[in-house]
Structure formats: C-alpha cells, structure tokens
Design a binder for this molecule. Sequence first.
Ligand SMILES: [Zn+2]
Length: 272
Amino acid sequence: MPELPEVETIRRDLAATIVGRRIIGVTLNWPHMVLHPSPEDFSCRLVGHCVHQVDRRGKYLILRLESGDALILHLRMSGSLLIALDEEPDRYCRAVFLLDDGARLCFRDPRKLGKMWLVEDENSVVGGLGPEPLEGRLTAEALGQRLAGRSAPVKALLCDQSVIAGVGNMYADEALFAAGIHPLHRANTLTRQEVRRLHRALRRVLSGAIDSHGASVNDYWRPDGEPGTAQFEFKVAHRGGKPCPDCGTAIQRIPIRGRGSCFCPRCQKAAR
Ligand SMILES: [Zn+2]
C-alpha cells in the first residue's frame, strides 16, 4: 500500500507536470470510487477548471482547483496515478482526467479500492488525521504525548492515522527496527529515550524513502511509470524469513491487528 513517501513522491511529480493544466474531460470507469458528490456532479464540477496546487495530507493527495474545490484521492491498496501521453489507458484505469495539453491523468487501481472526493472543505475528509511526522510540530515530546496512556502495541499505534498521519505497515516496521523497538512493545511502557529514538528513526526512514522516490512493491509506480527504489533499502519490511542485515538472525513475521509485521527478534528485544 502506498504510504507517505510514495504519496509524497506522486505529489512532487504531479506538481511538476499538472499544475496550471485545465481538466477538459473526466471518464469514470468505476464510479463507486467517488464517495462525494454524485459521480455526475463530480465530473461536472471538475471539467473546465485548472489544477492550482498539489498537496498531500497523510496518505491523501489533494489537488486544489482554481474553483476552490479540492479533489482528494486515496490510493488505498493498489492505486497509482499515471500520466499517459500517447498510449491508451489499460483496463485497470478506473478514472481518467483529460488535460488541456493532451495528457491524461489515469487513476489505475487493479483492486478497485481507491477513493476520491470533491469537496469545498477538505477537513470533511482529512480533518481526523494526526500530525505529519516530517513537520516540526511533531516533536519527540509530542510523539510521546500521543503514545502516552495507550496500552496498544506501538506498531498498531504507528499505523493509526489519527495518531500520526501517513505511516503504514512498511515504514512502521522499518522505523521500529531502526529504533531497536519490538513491534508488540506497549506504547505506554516506552521510555523517554525509546520514544526519542523512535521519533528520530521515523523521520530518517520516511525522508530516506522519499529520496528514493518510494518503494515499488505491489502496484506502486511514479506518475511517469518509473518504479521507486526505497524497497532496496528495507531491512525488515517484506523480508520475513530472510537474515537480519545487522545480526543475521532470521526476520520474523507475526500478525499484529491483522497486518503482517516483520522484525528482528534479536535486534528488537521482546516487549517487557
Ligand atoms: Zn538483527
């Protein structure tokens, strides 16, 4: 699933290519992905308007239009946004936005789980998200406060979008490994020093993955069709059974709240 680094990569790539472009046509091949307004109103309100700015909040991409509306997209499990110039969109393109320079912005989504909204007030969609992990507002102290009093496994809280926005399964696993913290460690028993290590690890892991243009596992591609390379730097994520790069112990994979969590049982000591 695309997480913060993948969505941020898409944001940067789209900002460089579609800002200032006018949407001149919308084709919805899977109208169920539009959650607001009706698919008909969605298309009507988009056509004729310029993309003013491309922003991101957590794993949501926000295309601001000159009309004042915000087109919000969530790629969920298998979505990607591709700029097609000449080639015809393939059968997995669920929505196609035709732009005034002849390019097409395609929402490709084999599993049909992606979602879109067109709203005046973006808070109606993204208002419940926690702080951005790469912004200064989320200091180590602020992270500690958000984890304090919570007895859930730290891994589950890192993936909870109301605690921190944008972190998902892969980067939570990577950050916990980098901080030497077991994913089942109860959040309220982390020491101050462990929280500080986790804060630093989160920022480093996410920034590094953005520098590598995200991780191309499953169906993530950059808008120009190129893959990201962050997966080559993964130490535990998607590496169950393989040797830990630091100590050689086999990486374990266990379910935590229904998600496979990968960690090194030696480098990440069991929860107290
Ligand atoms: Zn290890």
